[in-house]
Design a protein. Sequence first.
Length: 179
Amino acid sequence: MRAFVGLPLPDAALDVLERLQEGLTVGRHVPAEYMHLTLAFLDDQPEAVLETLHQSLAEISAPPLTLSFRGLDTFGGKLPRVLAAEVQATPELTQLRGRVRSACREAGLDLPRERFRPHVTLARFPRHLEAGQVEKIARYLAGAAGFRLDCEVERFALFQSTLAPQGARYDMLAEYELQ
């Protein structure tokens, strides 16, 4: 089962992010119900491993977090593949991610080392963008340069990710309260 651990966002934040997407006319918007901040991508795992991980995740103790969104950016270089709302990597967020990754190791998962660049994906772009589309993305980014949003997150979750031609679908398998 393809899975990840992430932070689901509160409805008020999803509403703001959904309104922010309205000005973007290029690419495929991520539906609000699938917006999240990934703490650990697990790739394909046997259900038994995910059950062990669930038990480890349930033992994590951490306070609720304030996510501070500070601007938008694209990933993928000169021909962007993704538009994302960037989130500040606060010590509390980084600490929670560290605890999640430790729980993954305890469950027998070997996660690759990677730089933590917290973000919420808003749109995905086709592989072959035309020059006009790249310009539209640049204009959109310039217009949304001052984007700011703070929201409190009170839970994290284990998700299943199912790939489909129209985009990935995420189903919550378990959630864990931050308190």
